[in-house]
Design a protein around this ligand. Structure first.
Ligand code: FEO
Ligand code: CA
Ligand code: CA
Ligand code: CA
Length: 668
């Protein structure tokens, strides 16, 4: 999701935030034509000598220069083949011709045989705890070990990042002076909100070509903001994590704002805690020792009103509770009674996700984005080695290892800087008494190490096929000309970019590497934007605001977005196929798009590339800037009622299963 803003600013959190980071099509302080030309050429183009032609008069469009260069190189040779979807905005979702996009799980769908049917007018926390949660974000697919066809029978693990009260609850929005206002929360509503957060584990199988929920599965599980969790790793039991309810500093209730995530090589489910600051209210006592720590993370933000009813979300009553959030959570989906673990060794930030890969010596490498303007890219390398023959031996690999933060240098090299207590500036002199302090204040530790401030790092994903790593940087309109650096090359970066990392010797555990900008996003027909899609990319094929990504079994990159809308790019969010190899590199093509108001999350493929799951998040959250609707969207007056399109059923976030008609691999 986009950043939360305080409740006092707007009830429409995501829309407001998208606006806050929204692009201007014609920025007033445009770069010079020379700068634009320079920026349009990636280093790869420079290496190919393309800039030799840049002395051509500025009256020649930069796009034409690239076009000529690509033409000389002999065309594109895209790795993808499918009929492109037309970009646009309407009430429905759209997938490429020849494919089916079937809704698999919607908010409120019963997950157990005894779970109540969805009734939005009579929702209770008890029902919600037995039903699919709200705002599906990360989606992972874990084959069942005894499945006849592992690509047709498995566990779907899904994060429920946050709740949109104005879309979920009837009768709470009033319009005053043309502006919508949400009524203050009562405890019943807060309890439903808490039950709609967290995650879902659901057994699914493909029957006659169509995916369906196995409702009576013993694996099905809901994790919520109340589920008991254990804290492990360097910060476990530390006094900064102790509260009135937990003197041990090791037992936490729940997880919140689980954005993207991951599936580990040993088949556990990772839930990343992202914008946890929004769940805390109240004021810290004056001169509280956590003041600096909390300020760096924006705690408290009071987006939600949970602290009115639960002391742990009020920092004036439980000042240490925020130290118990902002972690990577690991869940064993094969044991529905297992206690999820908050793995503190991976640091405490606004974690976007944690995708992993086994390095060549067997250590496991997790890539982590900290999604805030000017925050960092991290990776964690386990101390122990993955044992493919002994699952139990891998279950605590995430408790020991080294956390690194990335410094991207101007010459295209990079270094992973270790966050180790006692090394460099991470000493008692700077307030780090132990590794617990280092992980609790990961951001401050990374500041001291001189990490590179990035344009909102979201998904970071290793590619097992080509050996490289892809970093989605969603946008950062607050970057000034003075702040520009090689890895964040655009001021007022409204549309984001994608960086490609090649670790030294192709070793994912390496502490150095090389990087380049794969793609600067935005409309390539507007020169000032500085987008670098190839000219093979059509008017439908470009996008802004890359957020999540998936790499299929063939090693092809698929990018989903958060923030495309009528005013930003004249199109909804969606899933784009992005070439990374050969002359087609940086060519993009639209495969699927979401209904008005939604963002697209969680793309993931089954191991055979024949099924693709995507998460349509916050559909209907917006409509003001979509001309056919042109007003705020809320429960009683929605810009879309996707996916049911029934007058008495509100819009519902949902996971969609995409398959090829007649079978076969996707995008081939
Ligand atoms: Fe929840 Fe960074 O998106
Ligand atoms: Ca995201
Ligand atoms: Ca986002
Ligand atoms: Ca991903």
């Amino acid at each position: 999701m986009n950043k939360h803003t305080p409740a006092s600013e707007s009830i429409f959190r995501t829309s407001l935030l998208e606006e806050a980071d929204g692009p201007a099509r014609n920025a007033s302080d445009n770069p010079t034509m020379g700068e634009i030309i320079a920026k349009r050429f990636s280093r790869r183009d420079l290496l190919k000598g393309a800039l030799a032609v840049s002395a051509i008069s500025a009256t020649v469009a930069p796009l034409a220069l690239i076009s000529a260069d690509k033409a000389r190189a002999g065309g594109t040779g895209s790795a993808f083949s499918f009929p492109e979807v037309a970009a646009g905005v309407d009430e429905n979702h759209h997938v490429a011709e020849g494919y089916d996009a079937d809704v698999l799980l919607r908010w409120g769908d019963p997950l157990f045989p005894d779970a109540p049917e969805f009734d939005p007018t009579a929702q209770t926390a008890e029902s919600q705890r037995r039903q699919f949660g709200y705002n599906n974000d990360y989606v992972g697919y874990i084959p069942l070990p005894d499945a006849e066809d592992p690509a047709a029978h498995g566990l779907l693990v899904v994060n429920h990042e946050y709740t949109n009260e104005h879309l979920m609850f009837p009768g709470i929005v009033t319009i005053a002076d043309g502006k919508p206002q949400v009524a203050p929360a009562d405890q019943k509503r807060v309890d439903i909100e808490m039950a709609a957060h967290g995650g879902t584990v659901a057994e699914i199988r493909r029957v006659d070509g169509k995916w369906q929920l196995v409702k009576d599965s013993s694996y099905n599980r809901r994790i919520t903001a109340d589920t008991e969790m254990e804290v492990t790793g360097p910060a476990a039991g530390h006094e900064r994590l102790r509260t009135g309810a937990d003197a041990t500093g090791t037992r936490v209730l729940g997880t919140v704002n689980n954005c993207a995530g991951g599936v580990t090589p040993w088949g556990t489910y990772i839930m990343a805690e992202e914008n946890f600051h929004g769940y805390f209210m109240g004021e810290l006592p004056a001169d509280h020792p956590e003041a600096t720590n909390y300020e760096r993370l924006g705690v408290p933000d009071a987006t939600y009103e949970w602290g009115k009813f639960y002391d742990r979300f009020d920092v004036s009553k439980e000042p240490n509770e925020p130290n118990r959030f902002g972690w990577i959570v690991e869940v064993d989906p094969f044991d529905p009674n297992s206690t999820p673990k908050k793995r503190t060794a991976l640091g405490r930030t606004k974690h976007e996700g944690a995708e992993s890969i086994v390095s060549r010596d067997g250590r496991v490498v997790f890539y982590l984005g900290d999604d805030e303007r000017f925050d960092y890219v991290y990776k964690f390398v386990t101390a122990g080695r993955y044992n493919p023959d002994d699952r139990a031996a891998n279950m605590d690999l995430l408790d020991e290892g080294t956390l690194y933060v990335a410094r991207f240098d101007e010459d295209g090299s990079m270094e992973w800087l270790p966050l180790i207590h006692g090394e460099g500036p991470l000493t008692a002199e700077n307030g780090f008494e132990s590794q617990a302090d280092v992980v609790i204040e990961t951001r401050r530790a990374a500041d001291l190490l001189g990490a590179t401030k990035m344009d909102r790092p979201e998904d970071v994903e290793p590619n097992a096929v080509n050996g490289r790593v892809y970093v989605m940087l969603t946008n950062n309109t607050r970057r000034s000309e003075e702040d520009v650096d090689a890895a964040n090359p655009r001021a007022k970066n409204a549309f984001g970019h994608i960086i490609e990392i090649a670790e030294t010797d192709g070793d994912f555990a390496a502490t150095t590497g090389k990087w380049e900008v794969l793609l600067q996003c935005g409309d390539p027909s507007i020169a000032e934007v500085g987008a670098t899609f190839t000219t093979e990319t059509t008017k439908d094929g470009w996008f802004g605001m890359p957020d999540n990504c998936a790499i299929d079994a063939a090693g092809r990159l698929w990018v989903s977005t958060d923030g495309n809308n009528p005013s930003a790019t004249g199109r909804t969010d969606g899933l784009w196929a992005v070439d990374t190899e050969g002359d087609a590199r940086a060519t993009s093509k639209l495969f699927y798009r979401v209904p008005v108001g939604a963002e697209l999350c969680g793309p993931v493929f089954t191991p055979d590339d024949q099924s693709l799951f995507v998460a349509v998040q916050h559909p209907g959250d917006g409509g003001d800037d979509w001309e056919p609707f042109g007003r705020p969207s809320y429960y009683e007056d929605l810009s879309t009622r996707w996916p049911d399109f029934q007058d008495d059923i509100p819009v519902r976030p949902a996971v969609v299963a995409i398959t090829k008609q007649g079978g076969g691999k996707i995008g081939v």
